[in-house]
Design a binder for this molecule. Structure first.
Ligand code: CMC
Length: 389
């Protein structure tokens, strides 16, 4: 007696009950509307100001903030599992250096599962081990591919460096400035979770078949790769580069809209934050400004500010404002991270959210099996090949 109503992109269709995160829009005391994002009921602004990525991952996955002892143990365990097996490195060496790092990450994440035994229904120990290994090894794999594609050997993780600082060290072979490491840590917090987006849905669908967690993460990484999802941050930088100068912003926008009135500007628009700027974009803009103050200005930022102003005129009335991907690329660019690694950095963070959803899905699992509206014909004759046109 289900009456299927087709909603493209499943807009507005609940796909799970979840207590992991919340997104919404609220009206402030001054009557303005603003976007809200909470992880396990804690506002993202508080976590960005006071937490760190490992603690936030614990919160998302296990549902509460850790005690000091729990956090120390969790961090130590993650730090001690940051190395990857030499066979994974050998496999990655065979990847073409021209390949996209997201493809390399998806393949490597899936390959991790080959090394650890499968359990159809994970017990607590298995779940914890998988959580630790995935949080620990995904950054190492991103960094290893970056060095190997330049013809260098991957460097080993450093036990004395925390999560974000160690990732930057493995990526650049230099110990990062503490401010840069701190900004990276906040970026990871901001990208760690965002309710039922495409990659999280993909993770939950894969989890619902009782596939192993490495496969769950690999399928989510594949979904994150597209330019309508995580890939947008890379596209934003390409767009700013194409625009080039502040003076060229308005002609560029007009030209795009003239050639296609529905032209999609990357880094703008969101299924949930309609009519408001993504709260993560505001924090990221602030972080970008902090980096510019300390390490020098980025002329692309002027172009980005002008583009935001001009697009507010054109898209603001339709509720389209900057999303998380608009300013994250400028932050990563200032850190010296190449554009095609922006989405892998997003993936490193989102592993925490995907794992939380993997856990939650298995707590009350039912395999995903939606329906469809058949639009074809019925009972057609089979035509012999010689009779076909
Ligand atoms: N530029 C111009 N017009 C836009 C944009 C944009 N970036 N985004 C949405 N619109 C228009 C769209 O053409 C449509 O117009 P109309 O109602 O006249 O047909 C309307 O706004 C609704 O758009 P939609 O595509 O139906 O909205 P959606 O909720 O299905 O898509 C989105 C959301 C994020 C995929 C979309 O806004 C988009 O493609 N943005 C550009 C890519 C991007 O920045 N992606 C990152 C998303 S945030 C992080 C993440 O999820 O990874």
């Amino acid at each position: 007696d289900l009456k299927p109503e087709y909603r493209p992109g499943l807009e507005g269709v609940p796909a799970a009950k979840s207590s992991i995160s919340y997104v919404g829009i609220q009206t402030t005391e001054s009557g303005n509307k603003e976007g809200v994002l909470e992880y396990r009921s804690i506002p993202i602004q508080s976590l960005a100001a006071s937490s760190n990525f490992v603690e936030t991952a614990f919160l998302l996955i296990w549902g509460r903030l850790p005690t000091q002892t729990e956090l120390t143990n969790f961090s130590t365990e993650i730090y001690s599992h940051r190395r990857i097996k030499y066979r994974i490195k050998d496999m990655m060496k065979c990847f073409p250096e021209t390949g996209h790092p997201m493809d390399a990450l998806q393949a490597s994440a899936a390959a991790l599962g080959l090394f650890y035994s499968r359990h159809a229904l994970p017990n607590q120990d298995y779940a914890r081990q998988a959580v630790i290994r995935l949080l620990a090894k995904i950054p190492t794999m991103v960094a290893a591919f970056q060095l190997m594609r330049k013809g260098n050997d991957a460097v080993l993780p450093r036990d004395d460096l925390d999560y974000a600082a160690n990732f930057l060290y493995m990526l650049t072979e230099k110990e990062p400035d503490p401010i840069v490491a701190k900004v990276m840590d906040v970026c990871l917090i901001l990208h760690a979770e965002h309710t039922m987006n495409a990659s999280t849905f993909s993770a939950r669908v894969t989890a619902s078949t009782l596939a192993d967690p490495y496969t769950v993460i690999a399928s989510a990484v594949g979904t994150l790769a597209g330019p309508l999802h995580g890939g947008a941050n890379e596209e934003v930088i390409l767009m700013l580069k194409q625009i080039g100068t502040v003076a060229n912003v308005r002609p560029y926008v007009e030209q795009c809209l003239e050639s296609d009135p529905k032209y999609k500007f990357m880094g703008f628009g969101h299924r949930v934050y309609k009519g408001v700027k993504d709260p993560r974009a505001m924090i990221l803009q602030d972080l970008a400004e902090q980096l510019f103050q300390k390490f020098g200005y980025d002329p692309y930022y002027d172009v980005a500010l002008e583009l935001e102003r001009v697009l507010e005129e054109y898209l603001g009335p339709r509720g389209i404002y900057p999303n998380v991907d608009y300013y994250s690329g400028l932050v990563y660019r200032k850190m010296g991270i190449p554009a095609d690694l922006f989405t892998p950095v997003f993936a490193i963070a989102r592993v925490a959210g995907w794992l939380a959803h993997w856990n939650e899905q298995l707590e009350a699992n039912r395999i995903y099996r939606p329906t469809q509206i058949y639009t074809g014909e019925h009972q057609q004759p089979y035509m012999a090949i010689g009779d076909r046109e």
